[in-house]
Ligand binder design. Structure first.
Ligand code: FES
Length: 179
């Protein structure tokens, strides 16, 4: 994923708000182009109300999301990370979201080990027609992060382990489950 500098600048701006006592949750959203980004776009064009706390990075498919992207989000000062892709069976590249689910499920197990509460990370499905679902998930996640407060930093960073574990898991047969 190419880093989007303005997204991370946005995180720094919001860090400044914390210093002034006007803290607002800052959430990194990594969205697949074909479903979730279109769903978020629909929420905007339909003028569905949701908090402006998510900074979005668009990727071709959730299967492109390396677990290190999530860790990098936390390391760069985001309070939460939200990854969203097409529903199972709807991936534009057939199985990308199944690979993502496997990798990110493993990542979720490792988060606590690294001192990152699981509640700060969310992986979900949003289709291009689910603008309301996107708006609702942004509302829910923003409120959850608001209750948790500012992220205090990674406790025990072991990010190099993650891709190794994820690659090992990918050698296993793909379990295609509907959710
Ligand atoms: S194209 Fe959306 S998850 Fe693969």
């Amino acid at each position: 994923m190419a880093e989007t500098p303005e997204v991370f600048e946005g995180a720094e701006t919001m860090n400044g708000q914390a210093a002034e006592g006007t803290w607002e949750p800052k959430i990194l959203g990594i969205l697949c182009n074909w479903c979730s980004y279109a769903g978020a776009d629909l929420a905007g064009s339909a003028r569905l109300q949701h908090p402006p706390n998510v900074r979005i990075v668009r990727v071709p498919c959730s299967g492109r999301v390396d677990p290190q992207f999530v860790l990098k989000g936390f390391l760069r000062g985001f309070d939460g990370v939200l990854v969203s892709g097409c529903h199972p069976g709807d991936c534009h590249y057939a199985k990308g979201n199944y690979y993502a689910r496997r990798r990110l499920t493993l990542l979720t197990r490792f988060l606590e080990t690294m001192g990152i509460p699981r509640e700060r990370f969310q992986f979900q499905w949003v289709s291009a027609s689910e603008g309301a679902r996107w708006a609702e998930s942004v509302r829910e996640m923003t409120e959850r992060i608001r209750k948790l407060g500012p992220f205090q930093g990674v406790g025990r960073p072991v990010p190099l382990l993650i891709p190794v574990v994820a690659r090992q898991a990918e050698t296993q047969p793909v379990g295609v489950e509907a959710q």
